[in-house]
Design a protein around this ligand. Structure first.
Ligand code: HEC
Ligand SMILES: [Cu+2]
Length: 316
């Protein structure tokens, strides 16, 4: 599966984003009208000549009645700008808080160059972690507690919410809600280093039943399989220091949790589709695909690589 493209921001899909789109179009329309009026006034000013000066007379601004136009122009501009500012403030207020309290909180941590997400669902006893792909139930507000592990990033899923910075040492709170099931693309919105452009995320809005099924599946640890024990051993020694697979001794925190790797749409924050072929390329040479990524080239022997890939293929 690959991401829907391109990134959408003109058609929003929830109450935390819709008012912003309306405001955007509205301010665009106001700007267009202002531009038209100014252009017409400018052309009129170019075409209409003032009365010729008598010999020796000095042209004094305002002498010929022009001053009142300056007052009129300044007042109209001030009124229009004040109205736009008021509309913006009203819109920001309208999206500041969800209509009903959010029962689901997702702690999103940005890192160079991917997204970690820890789910705290009031309906479930324990939290669980995923990466680069959030699922949310349709029609319900979701609280996002946003921070960063390294530099400043920005969480931007334009169809569902406004852009909010992820700042190290600070937690910014926003909320989003999807009113239609679907897959919504997000992108880091603040330049954060070499692979900033490849720091994408996906928000999948599911029906209540699909969301519950996804949540239960994500919360479960990986199911151990005897057939791939060799691959698991290689993973444990070469990858487990950075990646966690819940239910196994691999508990690294530096990279994405891989417990349910195969359930995601993409690999490496939207860079590749989550297919066996792309996974094999990633494991062979991540630095070639995403130069600078915090995952070093594993340099596995072909046999070890095959074994690890077989193991990763069972993480669904
Ligand atoms: C030094 C730490 C480190 C080691 C060792 C490491 N990784 Fe990674 N890995 C990362 C980081 C960090 C990322 C996120 C990269 C990005 O998207 O920029 C990542 C991403 C991945 C992804 C993509 C996950 C996703 O959801 O997008 C897979 C799969 C993966 N690693 C598998 C492995 C395997 C298999 C090994 C061992 C052979 C391994 N990694 C070794 C740090 C590491
Ligand atoms: Cu960025």
């Amino acid at each position: 599966m690959s991401l829907p493209s391109p990134l959408q921001y003109l058609h929003t899909a929830g109450p935390a984003a819709d008012p912003v789109t309306t405001l955007g179009w509205g301010l665009g329309a106001v700007s267009a009208v202002v531009l038209a009026v100014v252009c017409i006034a400018l052309v009129a000013g170019l075409v209409r000549r003032r009365a010729p000066l008598a010999p020796g007379e000095l042209a004094v601004p305002g002498d010929q009645g022009g001053l009142s136009w300056i007052y009129i122009g300044v007042s109209i501009s001030a009124l229009v700008l004040a109205a736009c500012a008021a509309w913006t403030v009203v819109t920001l207020r309208a999206i500041a808080m969800p209509a009903q309290a959010a029962r689901l909180t997702v702690e999103v941590t940005a890192a160079q160059w991917w997204w970690r997400a820890r789910y705290r669902d009031a309906d479930r006893p324990s939290a669980f972690q995923v990466a680069n792909e959030l699922h949310v139930p349709v029609g319900r507000p979701v609280r996002i507690e946003l921070t960063s592990e390294d530099v400043i990033h920005s969480f931007w899923v334009p169809q569902l919410a406004g852009k909010v910075d992820a700042i190290p040492g600070r937690t910014n709170v926003l909320w989003l809600q999807a009113d239609r099931p679907g897959t919504y693309r997000g992108q880091c919105g603040e330049f954060c280093g070499a692979e900033h452009a490849r720091m994408q995320l996906v928000v999948v809005a599911d029906s209540a039943e699909d969301y519950a099924r996804w949540r239960d599946a994500q919360q479960a640890p990986a199911t151990p399989q005897q057939a791939v024990a060799a691959g698991q051993a290689v993973f444990q020694s070469h990858c487990g220091a950075c990646h966690a697979v819940r239910g196994t001794p691999a508990g690294g925190l530096l990279g994405p949790d891989l417990t349910h790797l195969k359930s995601r749409h993409t690999l490496a924050a939207g860079l590749l589709p989550d297919t066996p072929d792309a996974l094999a390329r990633w494991i062979e040479d991540p630095q070639a695909l995403k130069p600078g990524t915090r995952m070093p080239n594993p340099k596995l022997s072909p046999e070890d690589r095959q074994a690890v890939l077989a193991y990763l293929g069972t993480l669904n």
